[in-house]
Unconditional design. Structure first.
Length: 155
């Protein structure tokens, strides 16, 4: 019965911010429509209450007009509530993403990774020279790089 949570797709920071903006704006609009629906419901109930029996003998028929105005706001309440529910569902359906950081780069598939870490420890390759992966003309050894010991964050 333990369902595993779906992992968020890793994206760059720009795509992450666009995703958060899309989801946030959908929730904002949905909340605004839900609030408008609540206001319409209150107005509808108030107008329908004011249009009840005490106004029946009124020569201007204000009671009937108030009652129908309340019905109109009731329909408006239903419409804005329906739009709000659709927007909430659309916001919930936005794909979950996570920005790529140095802590989660290991989760990327090999096809999306340009460079992978070596399997050998760096202390054993101090004397080895780094060569290009492609085949072709040999590069003189004085132009090749040596593996440096240290942390990339120190640079």
């Amino acid at each position: 019965m333990n369902r595993e949570k779906p992992r968020a797709r890793l994206v760059n920071k720009h795509q992450y911010l666009e995703n958060r903006l899309e989801k946030g704006s959908l929730f904002t609009f949905a909340s605004a429509f839900a609030g408008a629906s609540g206001v319409c419901l209150l107005i509808s109930l108030l107008l329908m209450y004011l249009g009840l029996p005490p106004w029946r003998n009124d020569p201007l028929n204000i009671g009937i007009e108030l009652f129908f105005a309340g019905g109109f706001f009731g329909v408006l309440c239903f419409g804005t509530g329906w739009i709000a529910s659709k927007l909430f569902k659309a916001a919930a359906a936005v794909e979950k993403v996570a920005p790529i950081t140095r802590h989660n780069t290991g989760e990327l598939p090999a096809a999306q990774t340009l460079v992978r870490a070596s399997e050998r420890p760096i202390t054993h390759c101090q004397t080895e020279l780094l060569r290009a992966a492609g085949e072709g003309a040999e590069t003189p050894s004085e132009q090749l790089l040596r593996a440096a010991q240290g942390n990339m964050d120190d640079a």
